[in-house]
Design a protein around this ligand. Structure first.
Ligand SMILES: Cc1cc2nc3c(=O)[nH]c(=O)nc-3n(C[C@H](O)[C@H](O)[C@H](O)COP(=O)(O)OP(=O)(O)OC[C@H]3O[C@@H](n4cnc5c(N)ncnc54)[C@H](O)[C@@H]3O)c2cc1C
Length: 420
């Protein structure tokens, strides 16, 4: 559906007026320390999200029956452009998993009933969702999960453990990948369930991270009762929904925004955060530091242009997890490097600093968190495998477990001598 241009202009004017009355302007403050979000911040974000929802500015292009406004993508774009100057609800990491990943998988795979039940609550900030897929023994080998859901009369009984679930301590629901059939090949016996985080038998334990924060958690499920209403996608069809999830997790949902940035080709500023760091230390004329800033600037630019090209390709029909792997690999390669160079520029001041020096604290935290983009959502090695096999058509890695029932794979793994 397309909307007449004057419709969009009027909509934009109304949105602009609403934003000015209801939201705070962004301050451009670069001192936020990325150490996780507090319950108070999440509660405040829920209130702002509720305001947006009540005013009709959440789910603008989604159908009315899911709590949306049934308007066009052009309306949604116009609102986003106007809203970019204002502080959006700051849910921290759980905001991205709720709106950027879980809601997208629900829209693509859940039943009509499920969408009508959960989507309006998600849009209103009443349901925050996290991903329960990784396990202590199944990360890169995601199809190897052993958390099980067993049918028992009208119910399913969930047992097992998940780990590294970002934001789970703030969650209302987790989207949980389970094994429901052990007698078929590992990719075929999987099913996603919605798990209410407050249900009896669900234990969520925050994990302490190297930067002192606790942004992700481990969960234990002990005889948690689920029903058919909680299934997302078909029973045994979990791998299909997992591919959608990985595509969004790897940045595939930003394809349009990335492509748009590429079209505009903005004259990018020279790594402003690092220039500011160098100035604070008085080393902005040091040749070595200038080289580091130039390298970061070049990488930022390359990453932006790569994002634009991949975004454009995805919009032309190649929206899949293999294509999104390019975006994730770029983030996982340039991100850690940028964080290291930030430390070099900041020098000893980012190792030890006076209390209250938020810039130094932030620099050290970005460094400590730096490796996460090379791991979360699939490691750099797995992105390279995905690009090689799914995009370039290179020979697949040798696999001994894709055509055997999963029970047999487990038995063979236990008996394996370690010799190839
Ligand atoms: C910040 C952060 C947030 C996360 N958030 C979530 C979340 O919200 N929900 C969730 O479920 N999970 C989450 N994860 C978990 C993440 O998805 C896994 O850590 C990731 O998939 C890697 O799995 P693993 O840690 O088990 O490592 P492993 O799979 O054990 O990998 C160990 C090493 O072996 C390499 N390797 C493994 N297999 C291969 C192969 N076939 N070819 C080449 N190399 C290979 C890997 O690249 C890696 O270097 C998060 C992780 C991080 C760091």
């Amino acid at each position: 559906m397309t909307a007449p241009a004057n419709d969009i202009d009027e909509y934009r004017i109304r949105a602009r007026e609403w934003l000015a009355k209801n939201l705070e302007r962004r301050s451009g403050d670069r001192t936020r320390v990325p150490r996780g979000t507090t319950p108070e911040q999440v509660a405040a974000a829920r209130i702002i999200q509720g305001k947006l929802f009540d005013a009709g500015y959440a789910g603008i292009a989604l159908p009315h029956e899911y709590g949306g406004q049934g308007l066009t993508q052009a309306h949604e774009r116009a609102f986003k452009q106007e809203a970019s100057a204002y502080r959006s609800p700051n849910f921290g990491v759980i905001g991205n998993t709720t709106f950027g990943v879980c809601a997208q998988v629900i829209l693509a795979h859940a039943s009509e009933d499920f969408k009508r039940r959960h989507m309006p609550r998600i849009l209103a900030g009443k349901e925050l969702w996290v991903q329960f897929f990784s396990e202590p023994g199944a990360g890169s080998d995601l199809a190897g999960v052993t958390t099980r859901a067993v049918r028992d009369g009208d119910h399913w009984v969930l047992n097992g453990s998940k780990i590294w679930s970002s934001g789970a301590h703030h969650a209302d629901y987790g989207m949980c990948l389970t094994r429901t059939n052990w007698d078929v090949a590992k990719h075929r016996g999987l099913t996603w369930f919605a798990v209410d985080a407050k249900k009896p038998g669900v234990t969520i334990l925050p994990l302490r991270q190297i930067n002192g924060g606790s942004e992700f958690c481990q969960e234990f499920f002990d005889d948690v009762l689920l029903s058919d209403e909680d299934v997302i996608g078909g029973i045994g069809d979990g791998w299909t929904a997992a591919q959608t999830m990985l595509m969004f997790e790897r940045g595939g949902g930003r394809a349009e925004a990335n492509a748009e940035l590429g079209r505009q080709r903005p004259g990018r500023t020279l790594a402003p955060d690092l220039v500011e760091l160098a100035r604070r230390r008085g080393v902005e004329k040091d040749g070595r530091i200038r080289q580091a800033i130039a390298l970061v600037h070049t990488n930022d630019f390359i990453q932006g242009q790569l994002g634009a090209r991949i975004g454009a390709k995805m919009m032309r029909g190649r929206a899949d997890a293999g294509m999104a792997a390019y975006l994730k690999l770029a983030a996982g390669t340039f991100g850690p490097l940028r964080a290291c160079l930030g430390m070099e520029i900041a020098g000893a001041g980012a190792v030890a600093w006076r209390p209250g020096d938020a810039v130094a604290e932030r620099t050290s935290n970005v460094y400590l968190n730096g490796r996460t983009t090379a791991i979360a959502g699939g490691t750099n090695e797995m992105q390279r495998n995905g690009i090689g096999e799914r995009v370039l058509g290179l020979p697949r890695e040798p696999r001994f477990d894709s055509d055997r029932p999963f029970t047999e794979v487990q038995r063979l793994a236990k008996e394996w001598s370690g010799r190839m």
